[in-house]
Each structure stands twice: as structure tokens, then as C-alpha cells.
Design a protein around this ligand. Structure first.
Ligand SMILES: *Cc1c(COP(=O)(O)O)cnc(C)c1O
Length: 237
């Protein structure tokens, strides 16, 4: 395209920041994947991001994703579910995304494993950790993460690829880095256990307001919505 769009401009800025964070922490740019969070975003805008070079997208809601999916130009693109998954939706989403990042109970892992087995697939998953120990947030408690990884790893039909987190909303960058570094430590501790049927290579953390800090603390995948697409309408829940 000869002219530039806001999405293109935003992507360029985000790319520069990712590169700076990688440089500051002595990491290679290829160690960090940019995932564009496309919840509430219209397909035409998502396709603009894909045309501009985005290669991974994430949606929160099964229903919304499935409604938009046919309009997306997904060739060569990896897709993720990053929002809470109800067990009764597992069969709907398995096979429609490359990775489910929001597994936080054995029950959900079992539902995804069962649905995957039924269609002869293996689904990549991440275990979501509630690193801030917040009462109302999804995610397994950090102390229980390893146990959940071990239990879920025994299921056929899924493959655990790593951990995901959404830290507490927090204006204090130092505190944020503490959450991220605790996640990184948990990730490395579990990886070093070399649990069968896992390949712990993805640490998904960092969003629009804190991806720089997340990369400094070892994130391998940042999930960016508003910084790329602009503000969203207020969330239903
Ligand atoms: C919405 C969302 C994001 C992106 O948030 P932004 O602040 O818009 O970048 C990342 N991860 C999850 C799980 C989300 O729900």
C-alpha cells in the first residue's frame, strides 16, 4: 500500500518498542512473538493488521471469533484463544485455533483433550496463572501451577507449551516487573522439571501498557490490542 494507515503506524511503533526492549535485555528480536488481540475489532481492520505483517492473532470469546473467522485472511496466520473457556464450548473451538492460552483447571484441560481426541487432533495449550493472586481473576494459583501442568500433561489430545498470565492492573512499573519476574521464575522452574509431553517454550505475558516490562523479564509472547487497534468499547462480561 502506498499510503499508511493508523494500524500500520501503530504496528511500526510497537515493533520499535519491542526491538528496544529486546536490545535493553540482551535478547534477540526473534525470541518475542507479537500477538495482535482482535477482540471487538472488525474483520476489515484485523485484515489490515495481517497485511501489515502481523502473524498471530488472539480472540477472547469463542462465539465472536467463530462469527468473524470466515472473513479473516488467515493463510499463514496462527490463531489463539486467550479468554476464559467454558467447558461446554471446548468442542466448538478445538480445531479452529492453533493454541488455547487460557487453561486454568484440570476440568477445562480435560474438556479440550476430549474434544481434540474426538477429531484426532492435539491442541497446543498454555496454563493461565493468576500471578497476583487476585480473587476475581481466572488463572491457577502460582503454587498450584506445576501440579496442574503435571496433571494436564498426562492427558492425550493436548500439548502444554507454556504459561500465560494477566498481572493485576498496576501503575507501578517496579511492581509489574516483580509480577513478571515471578512468572518467569515459575516458568523456568516448571520447564526444568522436564515433565513428559510438555514443551515449555512459550511465556505469554505483556499487554499494551506493559509489554516493554514483560519483555525485560523474559516474555516470549506479548498480546497487544489497544496499542495496535485503538480503544475498545466498554467490555460486556
Ligand atoms: C484484551 C486482552 C489483551 C490485550 O489488552 P490491551 O491492553 O488492549 O493490549 C491481552 N490479553 C488478554 C487475555 C486480553 O483479554
Amino acid at each position: 500500500m502506498a499510503f499508511s494507515s493508523p494500524v500500520r503506524e501503530n504496528l511500526k511503533r510497537i515493533e520499535e518498542e519491542i526491538a528496544r526492549a529486546c536490545a535493553e535485555s540482551g535478547r534477540r528480536r526473534e525470541e518475542v512473538t507479537l500477538l495482535a488481540v482482535t477482540k471487538t475489532v472488525a474483520p476489515v481492520l484485523i485484515n489490515e493488521a495481517l497485511a501489515a505483517g502481523v502473524t498471530e492473532i488472539g480472540e477472547n470469546r469463542v462465539q465472536e471469533y467463530l462469527a468473524k473467522r470466515d472473513e479473516l485472511l488467515l493463510s499463514g496466520v496462527r490463531t489463539h484463544l486467550i479468554g476464559h473457556l467454558q467447558t461446554n464450548k471446548a468442542a466448538k473451538i478445538v480445531g479452529m485455533v492453533d493454541m488455547i492460552q487460557s487453561i486454568d483447571s484440570l476440568r477445562t484441560a480435560q474438556a479440550v483433550a476430549r474434544a481434540s481426541g474426538a477429531v484426532g487432533r492435539v491442541t497446543d495449550i498454555l496454563i493461565e496463572v493468576n500471578i497476583g493472586g487476585e480473587e476475581v481473576k481466572s488463572g491457577v494459583a502460582p503454587e498450584q501451577a506445576e501440579e496442574l501442568v503435571a496433571a494436564a500433561a498426562a492427558l492425550k489430545g493436548i500439548k502444554i507449551r507454556g504459561l500465560m498470565t494477566v498481572p493485576p492492573i498496576c501503575g507501578d512499573k517496579r511492581q509489574l516487573r516483580l509480577y513478571f519476574s515471578r512468572m518467569q521464575k515459575l516458568f523456568v522452574d516448571i520447564r526444568e522439571k522436564k515433565i513428559d509431553n510438555t514443551s515449555m517454550d512459550v511465556l505469554s505475558m505483556g499487554m499494551s501498557s506493559d509489554f516493554y516490562e514483560a519483555i525485560l523479564e523474559g516474555s516470549t509472547m506479548v498480546r497487544i490490542g489497544t496499542a495496535l487497534f485503538g480503544g475498545r468499547p466498554p467490555q460486556r462480561s
